[in-house]
Design a protein. Structure first.
Length: 144
């Protein structure tokens, strides 16, 4: 079974869009309500190695990419979620992948995305007295 077939079989209706720009990269868009289950499936059930999470400000929304590697196939799979600008929050995945805690903290302080249920959401890179509501990687600040 190919990696794409395996992903489709395991993720089923959670897949909103699947893109394969080349043989080594797969992007799968899921709803934010499905990210916990999708990550658990890819990481625990399918045995992919967690790499990192990338946060992007697209002006009209935020995009989170949860990157995983299927090392034996030489393929990187990114689970993609879009978040609204008005209330950018998503469930923390620290219960599934404890090591994700650090990058969730980084994305929170640099983009202002709230990871609900995170056990220790505090500054990681910026000073403790950094102005609240000022997120260095946002393309616009305070709706401007």
């Amino acid at each position: 079974m190919s990696i794409v077939e395996n992903l489709k079989e395991n993720l089923r209706d959670k897949i909103k869009k699947l893109e394969r720009p080349n043989k080594k990269r797969i992007y799968i868009t899921v709803e934010k309500e499905d990210i916990e289950s999708a990550v658990d499936t890819v990481f625990n059930k399918m045995g992919a190695r967690y790499i990192i999470v990338t946060g992007i400000d697209n002006f009209h929304n935020f995009e989170l990419l949860y990157h995983f590697s299927f090392d034996s196939e030489g393929v990187v799979v990114s689970l993609r979620v879009f978040l609204e600008k008005e209330n950018p929050e998503i469930k923390s995945l620290t219960k599934i992948i404890p090591g994700i805690s650090w990058i969730e903290r980084e994305v929170w302080e640099l983009l202002g995305i709230n990871f609900v249920g995170h056990p220790n959401l505090k500054h990681l890179l910026l000073p403790e007295d950094w102005p609240e509501g000022n997120y260095p990687l946002r393309k616009t600040q305070n709706g401007k």
